[in-house]
Structure formats: C-alpha cells, structure tokens
Design a protein around this ligand. Structure first.
Ligand SMILES: [Zn+2]
Length: 282
C-alpha cells in the first residue's frame, strides 16, 4: 500500500511500522512508503541543500527538525538523556545516503530530493512510521512512539535502539519504491539492511530462512546481505536504483539485475545457510 499525503484531508499516516525489538513478528504487514514518484530528470538537489555540505560530510543535509509532543511522558526524558539527537540525526542521514547512493555527485541525480525531515515524538501504538507531509512529499515526518521508547529494556539498549529505529525510518525518506509497485517486504528489507550495515542490529535479530524471501525486515535484510556478499559491494544500491527506474516486475527485475530469478537466489541463500548449520525450510 502506498500512502500519499492528501491535501484535503487531515494527515492520517499509516505507512510503515517497525516491529518492536522484543517481538519482531508482531508488527503490521509491511507496506510501501510514500516515496516521491520522481525520476532522474526531476531529482535535482536544491542549491540550498548543496550549500549545506560540511567538511568531511559529503552528502547534503535536509533540514532536520525535532518535535516532542509530550515532554511529561517518561519516554521523552529517556530519549533526551540517551542521545544527542542533533549529531545522531545528522550522522544517520549521512549513513543512509552513503549506503544507498555511491557518491554525492551520483546522489544529485538519483536520490529523492528530501528537503526536510521532522522527527515527531508522541504517544502512540506501534514503534515508528514515516510519511510525507500533507503539503509536499519532499518534506518527511518520522513519527516515533514515546511509549515504545519508554519500554526499551534494558536501558543500556536505549541509545542503540533509538538510533537503529531512526536509521530504519530515514531509509524510507531516501529509498525508491518502483513508483509504488515495490513489494512492502523489499522496502522494509532494504531499510533493515541499512540498519544492519550501520552495526545497529538488535540482539534478537538472527539469520532465519523460514518463509519467503520477502517477509521483510531483518529476514529480507539478511538475504540482501547475502546478495551483497555474493555479487559484490553495491548490489543493494543497484536494487534501489532499479526501483527508481522501473515499475517492479519480479522476473525481469531480478534476472536483469543478477542473472536469475529471486526464487533461485533465495534457494541458494537457504542452501548456504543450511550448509553452515542454520535452519532451513524454504
Ligand atoms: Zn519501515
């Protein structure tokens, strides 16, 4: 499901949820996110974004905002005492772009022109989701549950878990979705693959090969990591770029990209895991 902002309606975001760290399978079915439907010719980076480049900080930064809707909530104080949100937010934006786009110059022509990201902390169910604002899909909102933050346990996990969820949601601000046709599981898998490659995977994540390749989240993330290892650094970046250029059609998508159908690739992954002692039922 692709949710796009409605100008005439109050924002009712329901785009993407991240499952709780303690029960990864409890989250709602993954769905596509409101990625701007833009291709290379319209993806120019605004000059003002380019001018924000800092030393050693090659990718343009969007305007980052923080909105805390309930300072009295115990999750708010835990959040504020766990991380320096300014530096963590900026670093996560850089990490996401670095993993999804080869270089700043390439990024200028292939990256969605996200101009601002507002992190909104509020009391709500679930963990977090990302949506465009009601006026402009280039401006993103990440809604993050204060109740979830308050429940992170042990407290020593607060910094890593908050940073991990934030990184996952930021991927949704920068990834492509094949004009709304990409399977939700692949969208979520790419987001967790970035989180995995930022060394922010929670302790409960493990390589499982039960079920289909596009179950999403860490399950698909580990499969993508296998592809990255097998076909070389930049493979997931190529997946993302193909989602920029074309509507998703499974057979040509994977065959053109990696030379064989995704079912075959996933079967290879399962066999490899099985050979290494993992559990397999694919
Ligand atoms: Zn997500």
């Amino acid at each position: 499901m692709t949710v796009r902002p409605q100008v005439t309606q109050a924002p009712k975001p329901s785009a993407v949820f991240t499952p709780p760290a303690s029960s990864p399978d409890d989250g709602p079915a993954p769905s596509a996110v409101p990625i701007p439907d833009r291709t290379a010719e319209s993806a120019d980076t605004p000059a003002d974004s380019a001018s924000k480049l800092g030393k050693g900080d090659p990718f343009p930064q969007p305007r980052l905002r923080l909105e805390i809707r309930d300072l009295d909530h115990p999750g708010s104080s835990k959040f504020l005492s766990s991380i320096n949100i300014s530096t963590v937010f900026s670093a996560a934006v850089q990490n996401v772009q670095r993993l999804l786009y080869r270089s700043p110059s390439e990024r200028h022509t292939t990256c969605p022109p996200t101009r601002s990201v507002t992190l909104i902390l509020r009391d709500m169910g679930g963990v977090a989701y990302t949506t465009g604002t009601e006026l402009d899909p280039d401006h993103k909102e990440i809604h993050f549950s204060l109740s979830y933050i308050n429940g992170i346990n042990p407290p020593s996990r607060l910094t890593a878990e908050i940073t991990g969820v934030l990184t996952h949601e930021l991927v949704h601000c920068y990834q492509w979705d094949a004009r709304g046709s990409c399977p939700g599981g692949l969208i979520e898998g790419i987001a967790d693959w970035v989180r995995l490659n930022c060394d922010l995977s929670p302790p409960h994540w493990k390589r499982e090969v039960d079920g289909d390749w596009d179950r999403g989240y860490q399950h698909t993330a580990y499969f993508l990591q296998y592809l990255e290892t097998r076909f070389g650094e930049g493979t997931v970046r190529r997946v993302n770029d193909k989602l920029r250029l074309h509507k998703y059609d499974a057979k040509p998508f994977w065959t053109e990209l990696l030379g064989r159908p995704v079912e075959q690739l996933y079967g290879d992954y399962c066999s490899t895991e099985e050979a290494e002692g993992g559990k397999s039922s694919c």
